[in-house]
Design a protein around this ligand. Structure first.
Ligand SMILES: [Zn+2]
Ligand SMILES: [Zn+2]
Length: 301
């Protein structure tokens, strides 16, 4: 019988949601604090993981690991000569090439993970040109929210860019990061990774979850469950006041003013093209939000 297939990156049940920031600067580049102080600040905030991502310089995470309970992921922000790209999981910086495809190829070849940073930064709101992101291959994600842009020119939010890429078959996971440079930047945007093991989290395990999209992005709303049941999606987020289901080209297909919501993808043969994906946005008080990853919609005739 013809039916809808939803491909969710999430596990229907989750033991723990780990919290982490993947974009942080220290005095190794233009941050105001040495690594030890930045790490201590995120420990105070109750985070589980953190990546130090200085501009084109590798801050050796291993050197700081023994002194903290945070899991430190190795990172660099590839900065010079083009739009910024977050490099995660590699133990060295690279020479930043003008050709950003070469940057992504380097990261992929070494087994790292790449994220397009703050696309809507700068007065022209176009730090990362849309056509360039669309043409580059091998990235894992895009920063859909970069908190430091709140105090700079441009827009912190970039879900507009994301919907255009997803709709054009450029499948990227959405990340939210502080891009912390000073203490005032800490704890404003983060990622929550599903951790379904009783074993303590590891660097490799967190990187694997990020690569698989087993996380959501947040600026203050906490999602508890993201469940798939046949063609139906269920979400619960205790401190959400409104939940929306967004599909191809940014179409909002369903809205509920509640802390829980469900939506059943309509059973039509063109659904893989017309709806294509469903991602869920949860709105809380003030400017607090959370964003799930896109869940791919397929149709089996
Ligand atoms: Zn940057
Ligand atoms: Zn940065």
């Amino acid at each position: 019988m013809a039916h809808i297939v939803l491909k969710s990156p999430y596990l229907n049940d989750c033991l723990r949601w780990l919290r982490g920031n993947l974009h942080t600067h220290t005095t190794i580049s233009d941050g105001s604090r040495p690594p030890e102080q930045v790490i201590a600040a995120y420990e105070q905030l109750g985070y589980d993981f953190l990546a130090l991502t200085d501009h084109d310089v590798f801050a050796p995470a291993r050197d700081y690991q023994a002194a903290t309970r945070l899991i430190l992921l190795p990172g660099v922000e590839v900065t010079a000569r083009g739009p910024h790209i977050l490099q995660l999981g590699l133990e060295a910086a690279q020479e930043p090439a003008v050709d950003r495809q070469r940057v992504l190829d380097f990261i992929a070849a070494k087994g790292g993970l790449a994220v397009f940073n703050h696309p809507n930064w700068q007065w022209h709101f176009n730090h990362f040109p849309q056509e360039l992101m669309q043409s580059l291959n091998g990235a894992t994600g895009i920063e859909i929210y970069n908190a430091v842009i709140d105090r700079l020119e441009g827009a912190a939010l970039a879900t507009d860019r994301w919907d255009r890429l997803l709709s054009h078959d450029k499948w990227l996971w959405g990340f939210a990061n502080d891009d912390s440079h000073t203490p005032a930047d800490d704890g404003r945007a983060w990622n929550r990774v599903q951790w379904n093991s009783n074993a303590p989290p590891t660097v490799a395990g967190i990187l694997e979850a990020l690569r698989a999209g087993r996380f959501y992005a947040s600026t203050g709303v906490t999602i508890d469950t993201i469940r798939v049941d046949g063609p139906t999606l269920h979400v619960t987020a205790a401190n959400a006041e409104c939940i929306r289901f967004v599909t191809r080209w940014g179409v909002v297909a369903h809205t509920e003013e509640s802390s829980q919501a469900s939506w059943t993808v309509p059973n039509t043969p063109d659904v893989a093209e017309s709806i294509k994906y469903v991602r869920i946005e949860c709105f809380g008080v003030g400017s607090r939000m959370a964003w799930t990853q896109p869940i791919a919609v397929d149709y089996h005739p």
